[in-house]
Design a protein around this ligand. Structure first.
Ligand SMILES: Nc1ncnc2c1ncn2[C@@H]1O[C@H](COP(=O)(O)OP(=O)(O)OP(=O)(O)O)[C@@H](O)[C@H]1O
Length: 240
């Protein structure tokens, strides 16, 4: 870890509008900030303030209307759909509120899915997926289908899936929003490990103050504008 951490993502004057009823509605206005490599950032704010929109821009799921999103020197806002898909597959792991697992696939097969886009052969894919499932404590549930797993276990499969390609950036949209307090705590413990042990940069959207408390820093979105950074004194950044 370096004394002056690298910037993982730099947003420069980013704006985003949607067209509704023939009119452009601005959801994000002049968003300008850096996310340091190895950071664990929580994004909070009222419903409709643009948190998921911002997360989707950072993750390359959507494109801004204006501004630049610089990741490792590349402005991902300028990539075409195919290059953006390649960039996402190699760089970003996704964790969603409702897990988004394929119901007809086992846990192992779900985790293997992102590896279909890589050069790994079937045996290697299985080995990588099994390792990721071991890391999240599900070695004994690999052959279970999502409907045979609890919500917390399904989210752990989703974390293994986010991890299996070894991305630098993990984006999590309300990762504990569908879970009871105990399962939510276990998921937050896991995110903490991904950050501190594996050095993953994590950006997490959450409504839950208890979840946000686990992040190193918090930013609030309000009417499309971002607050200054609040450092969480109780969390220790992995790059410190
Ligand atoms: N594809 C879209 N087309 C039109 N409007 C959209 C689209 N996606 C989001 N919006 C609008 O943009 C605004 C911000 O939405 P977003 O989902 O980013 O908010 P949020 O802060 O994540 O909300 P929540 O906490 O309720 O999930 C909302 O007013 C929403 O209706």
């Amino acid at each position: 870890m370096t004394a002056s951490p690298e910037v993982a993502v730099a947003l420069r004057h980013v704006s985003k509008s949607y067209t509704r009823g023939g009119q452009a509605v601005e959801v994000l206005t002049d968003i300008d900030f850096d996310i340091q490599s190895g950071d664990f950032l929580a994004l909070m704010g009222p419903s409709g303030s643009g948190k998921s929109t911002l997360l989707n821009l950072i993750a390359g799921i959507d494109k801004p209307t204006g501004g630049q999103i610089l990741v490792g020197g590349t402005d991902i806002a300028t990539l075409d759909e195919a290059d953006l898909a390649d960039w996402r597959a190699g760089n970003v792991g996704f964790i969603f509120q409702f897990y988004n697992l394929m119901p007809v696939l086992t846990g192992l097969e779900n985790v293997e899915l992102p590896l279909m886009l890589t050069r790994l052969n079937r045996r290697e894919r299985r080995e990588h997926a099994a390792l990721a499932l071991e890391m999240v404590g599900l070695a004994d549930r690999m052959q279970h289908y999502p409907n045979e797993l609890s919500g917390g276990q399904q989210q752990r499969v989703a974390i293994a899936r986010a991890l299996v390609t070894d991305p630098t950036l993990i984006v999590a949209d309300e990762p504990t929003g569908d879970l009871d307090r105990k399962s939510a705590g276990e998921i937050l413990d896991l995110l903490d490990r991904l950050n501190t042990e594996l050095g993953k940069t994590i950006i997490m959207v959450t409504h839950d103050a208890r979840a946000a408390e686990r992040a190193h820093a918090i930013r609030h979105l309000e009417k499309g504008e971002l607050s200054s950074l609040e450092i969480n004194p109780r969390a220790t950044p992995s790059h410190a």
